[in-house]
Ligand binder design. Structure first.
Ligand SMILES: [Mg+2]
Length: 373
């Protein structure tokens, strides 16, 4: 087997009791589904007393269907559910699971009355008008032979909609994400197989930006262009609610709610490691705290295990490049060849995401790097 990961400096490995997970591309397989192998290991770590916070830009329903539903089937899930915390919309919504297996959702108090969430001055409606709106389109039905095939777009959940090519919105390569409650997300239109096209998103981002400015909303929202979407992110006190903010919130939550402040916040920080696969995940390593908490913090960065490709990392001179020093284990990018005897072909199995995570967890567990606070 190829060497799936590399440890640059063994002396930097130490004990961890809390993991911050990215979901998409980190604990998911190539097909976008969560790796059951990794799920089994996550439950197992929970049995050791390790806390785990899952942070994604996706909506609450997606986490419930794609992640929580898969974990619930493990017999030990009820014993560890209290140590698993899920952040939807990058922490604007916190999900926990109660003793009956019911998902409980809490909106972050800072975002509860945020203009972007409450649709102040109709900002959400205006943004929605820029793109395809699933609520106004007919659901795709397989077409009758003999009739012309319909024009179909697919959303990020794989639902198909028919559109009229004579009546296209100005940002037509995007579709409104209905389940988002706090963020506003313009998802790239997908193919039937869930793939997105790569194209220059600048002209569309500019249109979004003009709408936000016109509504005098530029202090309260920011635009983030991702490979799969344009995200309109709430801003609070001049800061974007991104992965740094969510990581700070995750650490604070473990400190206050889970340890009951019995463990020092600095100990929580040094006992936390993140896993991620993209540039944005490097922000986990720079957790942000409110000013009064910041003063108590002596360690201001987290370590991260990076399971994306080297092209997913910032280049020298780019803004997040200095965060690369927080990477302690990284995927080597070495895939291997597998023979598919049913189709009689040899194909490459790329080594990133869930596959690498699974191996790294085995190593860290074998050498006792995980323990409770
Ligand atoms: Mg990811």
């Amino acid at each position: 087997m190829a060497n799936l990961y590399k440890i640059d400096d063994f002396a930097r490995l130490h004990h961890w009791s809390h993991i911050i997970w990215d979901i998409d591309g980190t604990i998911t397989e190539v097909d976008g589904e969560m790796s059951q192998e990794v799920a089994a290991k996550i439950i197992n770590l929970g049995m050791l007393g390790v806390y785990q916070t899952f942070i994604t830009g996706r909506d609450a329903k997606w986490i419930e269907n794609k992640v929580i539903a898969k974990m619930v089937s493990f017999p030990n899930f009820p014993l560890v559910r209290d140590r698993l915390i899920f952040f939807a919309e990058v922490g604007c919504l916190m999900l926990g699971i109660d003793a009956n297996g019911k998902v409980m959702k809490t909106v972050d108090p800072q975002i509860e009355e945020h203009p972007l969430k409450i649709n102040k001055n109709g900002i959400r409606d205006e943004l929605r008008k820029l793109v395809h709106d699933p609520a106004k389109l007919a659901k795709f039905k397989p077409h009758t032979p003999g009739e012309p095939p319909p024009n179909v777009i697919y959303d990020a959940d794989g639902k198909g909609y028919e559109f009229d090519p004579k009546n296209m919105p100005s940002c037509y390569p995007y579709v409104w994400s209905i389940p988002k409650e706090c963020f506003a997300t313009l998802e790239k239109v997908r193919t039937k197989d869930g793939c997105v096209k790569a194209f220059d998103q600048t002209p569309y981002a500019e249109r979004v930006s003009r709408t936000i400015k016109k509504k005098r909303f530029d202090k309260e929202a920011d635009i983030e262009v991702l490979s799969t979407a344009i995200n309109i992110v709430p801003r609070v006190n001049g800061r974007n609610l991104g992965k740094s903010w969510a990581a700070g919130k995750a650490l604070y939550n473990i400190w206050e709610n889970k340890s009951g402040k019995a463990v020092d916040l600095n100990q929580i920080i040094s006992g936390t490691v993140a896993f991620g696969d993209s540039i944005a995940d490097l922000d986990f390593t720079k957790p942000m705290f409110p000013a009064n908490i910041s003063r108590q913090v002596s360690q201001d960065s987290l370590e991260i295990i990076f399971v994306g490709g080297s092209h997913d990392l910032p280049k020298k001179g780019e803004s997040r490049h200095e965060l690369c020093k927080n990477i302690i284990i990284h995927a080597t990018g070495q895939g291997d060849l597998a023979f598919n005897w049913q189709e009689d072909v040899i194909h490459l199995q790329p080594a990133k995401g869930g596959r690498v995570v699974s191996e790294v967890l085995d190593f860290l567990k074998h050498w006792d790097y995980f323990r409770r606070f």
